[in-house]
Design a protein around this ligand. Structure first.
Ligand code: LLP
Length: 399
């Protein structure tokens, strides 16, 4: 793999790995290493927020909190004037703790409980994105009982194939997410019968780690016809929520390629949404934060079997479940580069046969005690971490 491109997040100088130009071996937290940790460069998050702001039509980014719960990350996002997209009372409480106001919080999720909805209605959250007819009725009943108005968005399933891993595609026909287009007559009859619900938004989210931006275009084309039709009948409808889902290439750390993918999506937004009068919201998570952190781990043992050289790390699925759950690829970079090359199976410490990051990955030669950086650990890594085997959950450090 060639790392000499200056846009590359990872480079070697004097055989020492640099992450966004920081020499990792010189960092205090490596010198004092005790257990696996996440190392952030928050400039990477800021750069992406700046890219997103280049879209003049953007109403507000509602950062998908489920991708990252680190308070310093959330505070930076808040400082940039963004809101959050949350899916539980737990996430709402964290958002409030770091300083977001109820008016910054958009509440998604397929299983909102009575007490969660009561809380949202009582506290005048920015918007509740409703995902089923039953949920809409529940929101209506609760807001009547509390005698409060509530801002509702309808999350519609545009029924497009996001061509991503099936575990993270959300807009297929039989998905548990969102209202199907065939639900709309029933939805409208609830809306006509209520005085409490303000229909503020239509929303869609087609899935996560979407690499082909034309799929967003397909969804927007389908959705904007519905949006315009609804706007004729519902004067309160003034937000169009375009969801999240923009992916990153986990095998390529040339940042200019990420920027290009966003610019391609921005061009689609600009073209397709011209003429629609609404505040445009986006709910990205991964694209904003995935690149900003690396997971640092230490090689404990090298074990040879008949067919493999197995490198066993002190971190595994407890801190990064993505490879096991979605067969996701996370590049691994040794902090010290040697001349020889070797193919390794990379395993974690957890007592599960599936605790494998890579079956076969060619790296420069490793030795026991070496440190490695696992790339793109800023999204859906620690937020999905578990205490299984009572291994520690990675702490956060900052460059
Ligand atoms: N909005 C809604 C309604 C969502 O369900 C999600 C993600 C997002 C926004 C943010 O999507 P993003 O921009 O981050 O792709 N754990 C999986 C990803 C699950 C995504 C769930 N929903 C992974 O590690 O790939």
């Amino acid at each position: 793999m060639s790392l000499d491109n200056s846009n590359n997040l990872f480079t070697y100088k004097n055989n020492s790995l640099h992450f966004n130009r920081h020499d990792l071996m010189q960092h205090q937290c490596i010198k004092n290493y005790k257990s696996p940790f996440l190392l952030y460069d928050l400039n990477i998050v800021q750069d992406r927020l700046n890219w997103l702001k280049e879209w003049k039509g953007l109403g507000r980014l509602h950062f998908a909190m489920k991708s990252n719960y680190t308070e310093d990350v959330l505070k930076l996002i808040l400082k940039n004037g963004c809101g959050v997209d949350v899916v539980s009372l737990g996430e709402i409480k964290l958002a409030l703790k770091v300083g977001f106001k109820p008016q910054d919080i958009l509440f998604s999720g397929v299983a909102k409980t009575v007490s969660e909805i009561e809380w949202a209605v009582q506290n005048d959250l920015y918007q509740i994105n409703v995902e089923s007819i039953s949920e809409l009725k529940r929101v209506d009943q609760i807001s009547q009982r509390l005698n409060k108005q509530v801002n509702v968005g309808l999350r519609l399933n545009p029924e497009v194939d996001a061509k991503t891993h099936p575990n993270i595609a959300t807009a297929l026909k039989d998905s548990k997410f969102g209202l199907n287009l065939s639900d709309l007559p029933a939805v409208e009859s609830v809306l006509k019968s209520t005085k409490q619900i303000q229909l503020k938004s239509l929303s869609f989210h087609i899935g996560s780690q979407v690499m082909d931006v034309t799929i967003f275009q397909e969804a927007i084309v389908r959705m904007k016809a519905i949006f315009s039709d609804f706007q004729k009948r519902y004067s309160s409808l003034d937000r169009f929520d375009l969801g999240g889902g923009l992916g990153i290439n986990y095998k390529d750390h040339d940042i200019s390629h990420d920027q290009k993918r966003w610019q391609d999506l921005k061009a689609i937004y600009e073209k397709e949404l011209a003429g629609i009068k609404a505040d445009f919201l986006i709910e990205m998570g991964r694209f904003v934060v995935a690149r900003s952190a690396i997971l640092i781990a230490q090689l404990q043992y090298i074990k040879k079997t008949e067919n493999k050289t197995i490198a066993i790390l002190d971190v595994g699925m407890n801190n990064l479940l993505r490879p096991m759950l979605y067969q996701a690829y996370h590049q691994l970079y040794p902090l010290t580069q040697r001349q020889a090359k070797q193919t390794y199976m990379i395993a974690g410490p957890i007592c599960e046969s599936s605790d494998i990051f890579h079956q076969d990955i060619e790296l420069t030669e490793l030795q026991e005690g070496d440190f490695v950086a696992i790339a793109d650990a800023g999204a859906y890594a620690k937020s999905m971490a578990s205490n299984y085997n009572l291994q520690p959950i990675a702490e956060d450090y900052f460059l």
